[in-house]
Design a protein around this ligand. Structure first.
Ligand code: AMP
Ligand code: ZN
Length: 664
């Protein structure tokens, strides 16, 4: 068994390197998952073969309450900055004073914009990962860093010596955007920029959450007491051989001119990279020369950061629009006089929320500075108040919904305003329907935004439940609805009935219940009834579910309109419980208990109740007898049953009490 565990670990380390570092996978994702699954199962069964650097650590799962502060083996310095060529020349003159007038060669590297990290390896395995902190000591975030797939847990080299390697934890732009798209879809405020998100991720308490973030680690410097190489560039090449992820855009430059052309190239091409950089780091290439130059109290004398100027343009703020999301969240957006920025014409900028507008003290017609960060949509970073017209109007944040005119609310501690008219606000209604049919939810094709809006206007669609009663005769007269598309839509709606419970739960559009949370809730509670009747405490017993989500789930199901929607979906045949085969081994909570089911229920069908009772070890019989323990009573139960139950001393319970019995 030990042999198999070891073989699996070896294979998974290899595949991981091929997939994430070399970007050329050698097996399918499915095969990879199968190997990992096998390893995790074996490790669980054989804790005696524990290995802190097993590839299974990548999935996270450990919870850290407090990150201990530890001393760095070698201090982490910051870098001196240069902003133009003459400052680089001044720097070279200072170097020449120490090194003599021979030409100096340099290593030119991109300056990745993320969170700096120091990794320590000993005997070829990762022993710890520490944030920069104050440079002398930082926070030990090893368990979180282990989940980042580009960090080798084990080297592809026999090197036993202890050493540090420095790098930057970054969030690629695509990952940042997809995380934000998901947050916005869930009604959560988006992250501000990739760098803060990356550094915030390192301090998350649950490493399983870190594992889900698409973080990467770029390495740029090996640090040892006695140099292992002659040059910095050799060090980078060795790091690549050892299995580290070193972006390939580094260059050995023979002189400052070559350095300068590297800088110029990346200043104009930085937006072609899939991640953010904020400059170029230039290092003296020879490690002997580095040793001769040494450090000031703050930074190495042998390196300098050439910072790119953030491109900022000034333009006029014409007006502010307010968009309503499907959860009612209001987002202000600035309309600008169109202007060229970073190669594209910019017409709109995000303003985030009311506080942001207040902080900038924005007036209509203001001359505003606009910058592009990691987001697709640029942001306003400053106002030139000198250019403000005398009678300029200060922007008054709206007090009423631009769509339905309901007074907006803002909960304490929340930055966002909301339109509370959940049931009547057209944008929210349509947003919920669109979310429901979207690809990650019910995946109903052939229904675009305009068609949904049209159907809503014509009174055909008030809620997503109405989708399931649409008929051909209703759809055909609609604009752009030929026979073919009508049958496609109806077929799509029909097929959605077989979509699994987890996705249906996500599709309901409960605020803060994104795909991941929906999955966790579905797997824990198994059916919609149990979720609907769970109190805050039992919801929070599920990992990753905190007060905010629990409250939102409770609020959703305490609204009778939502309960009615769910009830309808159920009658239309949607999957509102986990398929039995997908459920975990059934419990024996109801072992030895006998049940009778009577009446109709809001959230379960009678068959489902029966399945649930049986899967938890209970028995269901058709009529009450002295052996019956519980009568599960729904609406419309005949009065004689109740009398009989009382006579026989049988507990009469409703569906909520029942779901508590099985979810505890
Ligand atoms: P600063 O924070 O502006 O003092 O810049 C220093 C930081 O730049 C270091 O702490 C690193 O985290 C980061 N950095 C990014 N890329 C590199 C690189 N290629 N070489 C050295 N430092 C880098
Ligand atoms: Zn509204």
């Amino acid at each position: 068994m030990e042999k198999r565990i070891k073989a699996l670990r070896d294979q998974l380390h290899e595949h991981n390197h091929a997939y994430y570092v070399l970007d050329s996978p050698t097996i399918s994702d499915y095969e990879f998952d199968m190997l990992l699954r096998e390893l995790i199962d074996l490790e669980e069964a054989h804790p005696e073969f524990y290995d802190p650097n097993s590839p299974s650590r990548r999935v996270g799962g450990s919870v850290t309450k407090k990150f201990p502060t530890v001393m760095h083996d070698h201090p982490m310095y910051s870098l001196d900055n240069a902003y133009d060529f003459s400052e680089l020349q001044d720097w070279e003159s200072r170097l020449q004073k120490v090194l003599g007038n021979d030409s100096i060669s340099y290593s030119c590297e991109l300056k990745y914009d993320g969170a700096s990290i120091s990794l320590t390896y000993e005997n070829g395995v990762l022993v710890r990962a520490v944030t920069r902190g104050d440079g002398i000591q930082g926070d030990d975030v090893t368990e979180n860093v282990k989940t980042i797939p580009t960090v080798p847990l084990r080297l592809r080299s026999e090197l036993e010596q202890r050493f540090d390697i420095r790098g930057e934890i970054i969030l690629p732009l695509s990952g940042f955007e997809s995380m934000n798209a998901e947050r916005i879809a869930n009604g959560e405020p988006p992250f501000m920029n990739p760098r803060n998100t990356a550094s915030g991720s390192l301090k998350l308490q649950d490493s399983a959450v870190v594992a889900q973030r698409p973080l990467q680690c770029f390495l740029y410097q090996i640090v040892t007491n006695v140099p292992l190489f002659e040059t910095q560039v050799q060090g980078l090449e060795a790091a690549i051989d050892w299995g580290f992820h070193v972006p390939k855009h580094f260059l050995e430059a023979k002189n400052l001119e070559e350095v300068m052309s590297f800088i110029k190239h990346w200043e104009t091409h930085k937006n072609d990279l899939p991640y953010e950089i904020d400059g170029v780091v230039v290092k003296v290439n020879s490690l002997d020369a580095q040793a001769a130059l040494g450090f000031t109290s703050k930074s190495p004398r042998w390196a300098i950061a050439y910072k790119f100027k953030t491109e900022r343009v000034f333009t006029t703020l014409n007006s502010v629009d307010y968009q309503v999301g499907r959860t009612g969240a209001i987002t202000p957006v600035a309309n600008l006089e169109p202007i060229l920025l970073g190669g594209t014409i910019v017409k709109r900028a995000s303003l985030h929320n009311a506080d942001q507008i207040e902080k900038l003290d924005l007036h209509i017609g203001d001359t505003v500075g606009v910058e592009k960060g990691g987001e697709i949509i640029p942001k306003i970073t400053e106002v030139n108040t000198q250019k403000r017209l005398l009678n300029a109007q200060k922007i008054q944040y709206i007090t009423h919904c631009p769509d339905c005119n309901t007074p907006l609310v803002r909960d304490s501690g929340e930055a966002q305003h909301y339109c509370p008219n959940t049931e009547g606000c057209p944008t929210q209604i349509m947003g919920r329907i669109q979310h429901f049919i979207s690809r990650k939810a019910m995946d109903i094709e052939g229904l675009g935004g305009e068609t949904v809006a049209l159907m809503h206007k014509q009174g055909l669609l008030q809620s997503y439940a109405d989708l399931y009663v649409l008929t051909e005769a209703q759809l055909l007269p609609l604009e752009r609805m030929a026979e073919k598309s009508v049958s496609n839509v109806l077929q799509g709606i029909e097929e959605s009935k077989s979509i699994g419970f987890e996705r249906v739960l996500f599709a309901l559009g409960i605020r803060y219940v994104g795909q991941t949370v929906a999955k966790k809730l579905a797997r824990h509670f198994k059916n919609i009834g149990a979720i609907a009747s769970a109190d805050q405490e039992s919801l929070m017993a599920v990992d990753e579910i905190g007060t905010r989500i629990a409250q939102s789930v409770n609020a959703f199901f305490s609204n009778p309109l939502n309960v009615e929607l769910v009830r309808r979906l159920k009658t239309y045949g949607l999957q509102l419980s986990m398929e039995l085969s997908a459920q975990e081994p059934h419990s024996s909570k109801l072992k030895g208990m006998s049940f009778v089911i009577s009446g109709v229920f809001d959230l379960f069908s009678r068959d489902e109740l029966k399945d649930l009772i049986e899967s938890h070890g209970g028995k269901v019989t058709g009529s009450l007898s002295s052996k019956t323990n519980y009568l599960v009573a729904g609406a419309n139960m005949g009065p004689s049953k109740k009398v009989k139950a009382e006579k026989l001393n049988i507990s009469v319970i409703d569906e909520d009490t029942f779901s508590e019995m099985i979810s505890l």
